[in-house]
Design a protein around this ligand. Structure first.
Ligand SMILES: O=C(O)CCC(=O)C(=O)O
Length: 289
């Protein structure tokens, strides 16, 4: 299941670099797919989730952000062994969870405008650039061309334009993402893509975007205020690292020289800016430091 061998990992990385995306079939255990799907549908009902109505969020789509604050089942997603090692190789181990969103596309939905997930950074950096986001799109139901499977343009992460700079996308190789429940597509943040139209009478297409960014980039969804510390305290260490409770490269994100994790959770995530990174590199620290 998922990425079993180093060779597979290399192959997936090569595909992300060349085509902008890769698909990991059978990445997620069937029991976890069922549990996640049931949880999302239950939480949608309990919270009476309604379409948000913008062009980007859809008029027949149920979206939920900040999933880690909503149910403990979601903790398994950002650290999943089929996906995280690939993301860590493409960014680095100091990468952050940028956000998690469930996207339940209902009958009658229109296609979402195509976009790159790291468009905010592209406007600043100019295209093309290394991924400022790596998105994993988890299929919790089958994705088809008819039920809203993501539309995407292979290779577009290497271009110097964004889709909104073109009057028409006719002539571009826009493809529907068709994958079975349990598969995950991992893609470069500059890849042109968007949710597809749902032309079925009664099928809902459920996917979850688990998005990561380099450790020096601002997260799209704010976990420090979005997830109460009493809830975050129950998370495994690696998940807390992905949320930003450790320092990036031993410097970025400190509070009076200490990691946010040490300030909030104590010894468990203790880290001192400059000093610990220098110690790891074998730099001697002067007694007056
Ligand atoms: O739902 C999808 O297939 C893609 C959604 C997406 O790209 C987004 O909301 O940014």
């Amino acid at each position: 299941m998922g990425i079993a061998h180093r060779n597979d990992l290399d192959g997936h990385l090569e595909r992300i670099d060349a085509d902008g995306y890769t698909i990991i079939d059978g990445a997620i255990e069937p029991e976890l797919v069922t549990e996640l799907r049931d949880t999302i549908r239950r939480v949608e009902r309990e919270r009476d989730v309604r379409p948000l109505g913008t062009q980007a969020e859809g008029h027949s789509t149920l979206r939920m952000y900040n999933l880690l604050a909503k149910d403990q089942t979601f903790q398994a997603m950002p650290i999943h062994r089929s996906v995280l090692p690939l993301v860590e190789r493409r960014l680095d181990r100091g990468c952050l969870l940028s956000g998690m969103t469930s996207i339940d596309i209902g009958p009658g939905e229109d296609p979402q405008p195509l976009h790159g997930d790291d468009i905010v950074m592209s406007r600043h950096l100019g295209l093309p650039h290394p991924p400022m986001m790596v998105t994993s799109m988890w299929a919790l139901t089958d994705f088809t061309a008819a039920n809203g499977g993501t539309l995407f343009v292979p290779g577009s992460h290497r271009w110097s334009t964004t889709p909104d700079q073109h009057e028409s996308l006719a002539g571009f190789d826009v493809q529907p993402l068709e994958m079975a429940a349990g598969a995950v597509m991992v893609f470069h943040g500059s890849l042109w893509h968007g949710g597809g139209a749902n032309t079925t009478a009664d099928e809902w297409r459920l996917g979850v975007n688990v998005q990561y960014c380099p450790g020096f980039v601002r997260q799209q969804q704010n976990p420090y205020l979005g997830i109460p510390p009493s809830v975050a305290a129950t998370f495994p260490d690696r998940l807390l690292e992905l949320l930003g409770y450790r320092l990036y490269k031993g410097i970025m994100g400190h509070i009076d020289g200490r990691s946010p994790g040490e300030v909030v959770f104590g010894e468990r995530l203790a880290e001192t800016a400059y000093r610990d990174a220098e110690h790891e590199r074998g730099v001697s620290i002067s007694s007056s430091a």
